[in-house]
Every structure is written in C-alpha cells, then in structure tokens.
Design a protein around this ligand. Structure first.
Ligand code: NCD
Length: 319
C-alpha cells in the first residue's frame, strides 16, 4: 500500500519539498490527540508494526511506540542491541522472518548506513528509518523542522546552524536535506575533525568558530558528541570542546537576536551544551520531543495510505 510518501520513509534526501510540507502539516492535527485524557484513535486498528532496534535508543523507540499505540496499531518490539552477527546476514534473515509473520510495517534502527534501504528493498511492508548509521534519521529531521516552523513560520530564508559532531550525525544530514529543500539557509559549525570533508558540497556554510555561528544564526541545532562512534583523537578533551565550542549562556547573551536552541538528545550537559542553556528560555528541546510523537503519527498515517485531508477526521476518531 503506497500513500503520498511512497512505500517507505528512508530519508529526507529522497523527498520533495511538497512531501516534507505534507508530513509537517499532517502532524499538526495529530498533536492534539496527545493532549486528551484518552489518547487514542482507531486509525491504524488491525495493523501490525515491528520496531526493530539494533542500536540503543530510548526517546526514538518510545516515541514510535507511543505513536503506534495512539493510532491503535498492534506493536512488537525487537531489541537486538549487542548482536554480533554479521549485519548483512542478520538483515536478510530478519526480513524473511518478518515477511513470514505477515506484518504491515517495520521501524528500523541500525548501526550500518543503508540498512533501512536494504530492508525496504527486500520486504513488501512499509519501512521507516529510525536512524541508520551516520546516514539519515528522517523523523528527527522532520520534528526539528516542525519545531522550527512553530517558532518562525515559513522556514524560507531562516538561518539554521548545526553545531558539533556533524561527522557522525545522521540527524545533521537529515536536517541539511530537509531544511535546504524548504529554502532555509543552513550552516555547520564544529572542529574541522568533526566536519565531513565534502560538507561544502551539501550547500551549507561552514563556521569554524561558535561565536561566528551565534552571530549569524536564528537557531542552533546542537548535536551530541557521539563518543561511542569515535575511536580516538577527534578532540583533545571534553573540557576543551566545551571551552571552544560549547553553547553557553554567556555566548548566547552576546547574540544579536533571540536565538532558538534545539538538541536532538540525549544531551551531554556541560559538554556541547550547558545546563542553563538546556533549561533556559532559548531552548525548545522538550517541544521537539512532543513534536516527535506527532511527526511519527503523521508518518505512520501517511505510509499506511492515509489521505492528508482526512487527518482532521482521524483526529476526531472518524477515519
Ligand atoms: C540521535 C540519534 O540516535 O541519531 N538521537 C535520537 O534519535 N534521539 C542523536 C544522538 O544519538 O546523538
């Protein structure tokens, strides 16, 4: 069953600006369902969804699970963290087993870039990429964009700087694809060792000093230093990183405009972001989490063939 997004959501690179806007617009009516006392509509009743997580996750997994349950789908969680079986074989086997169980959708997180696409090409069910290696994390990109749109309205011409460990970040890549498609100006800022060599080819500005980024930006998306993906030698020390690139209150106080701070989580407080920023008036970090649920409901709904114009009716429990 292919809806307006096609069969799968593998990344924001393959989507058009219209498809991205469609997900953002569809998420808005879904947001209200989570405000109710009974947070459930029958939209996906009878559908079976497998959440296949080959890598640690709390917020993304729980967010998908809540989104599925609030739309009344039946869900099964498979956590495969720590499995040392060769990745290709594992996925082929997993794909065959899932098919045999007649499921409708798979949400997959995997440490290998391209794993979601690999699975999508081998099963008929809809596949949603919940983060594949350093490639893409489309629902995170979409929720960041919805949060920015709540704040700024139209994103065209808005200046968003992604700060920190861009090299290891699928969040950065999904943000860059999505934001540039909607006409935002995108920059990255971080130590040279944590920026991909070909970053300029993605159409972004590069800042080497956080002060310049803060001077330029309407919003900063602050990335976690992905220590688990670093073998050695990317930065001298965490303290040094905080001193040179940390998003601190003192630095924000010198910003020429009221800057908006996003962080996809989990945060390393005192490293890439200080606590008084994370908990302060500039941060929209918890709004991102709330929006994440609505974005995932919208994605599930649209992949299941839901009509965008019926999202309002689904909200009322009628579709
Ligand atoms: C991100 C991820 O897993 O890619 N986190 C998330 O989805 N909540 C970013 C990160 O791990 O730093």
């Amino acid at each position: 069953m292919a809806g307006p997004l096609g069969k799968d959501l593998l990344g924001l690179a393959p989507l058009t600006a219209e498809q991205i806007r469609l997900v953002l617009d569809t998420a808005v009516p879904f947001r209200e369902i989570s405000e109710r006392q009974i947070k459930k509509v029958p939209t996906l009743r009878g559908m079976t969804i497998v959440n296949l997580f080959f890598e640690a996750s709390t917020r993304t997994r729980i967010s998908f699970e809540f989104a599925e349950k609030r739309l009344s789908a039946d869900t099964v969680n498979v956590a495969v963290a720590g499995s040392s079986v060769s990745k290709g074989e594992t996925l082929v086997d997993t794909a065959r087993n899932l098919e045999a169980m007649k499921i409708d959708m798979v949400v997959i997180r995997h440490p290998a870039s391209g794993a979601a696409q690999f699975l999508a090409e081998r099963i008929e069910s809809n596949v949603i990429n919940a983060g594949d290696g350093t490639n893409e994390h489309p629902t995170q990109g979409l929720l960041d964009m919805l949060t920015l749109r709540d704040r700024f309205g139209d994103l065209a011409g808005k200046r968003i700087c992604i700060v920190g460990d861009v090299l290891h970040s699928r969040v950065a890549r999904s943000n860059i694809w999505g934001l540039t498609k909607l006409g935002a100006e995108v920059a990255v800022c971080g130590p040279r060792s944590l920026l991909p060599n070909a970053i300029g080819e993605m159409g972004v500005t590069v800042f080497n000093r956080i002060e310049e980024a803060i001077e330029w930006a309407d919003a900063l998306n602050v990335l976690r230093l992905q220590l688990e993906r670093m073998e050695a030698g990317y930065i001298p020390s965490l303290r040094e990183y905080n001193r040179v690139f940390g998003v601190t209150r003192a630095r924000l106080d010198r910003a020429p405009r009221d800057i908006c701070i996003l962080h996809p989580g989990p945060m390393n407080r005192g490293v890439e972001i200080d606590s008084d920023v994370a908990d302060g008036p500039h941060a929209v970090i918890l709004a991102q989490v709330t929006n994440g649920l609505a974005i995932r409901m919208a994605v599930l709904y649209l992949l299941a063939g839901g009509k965008p114009e019926l999202a309002e009716a689904a909200k009322k429990g009628a579709a």
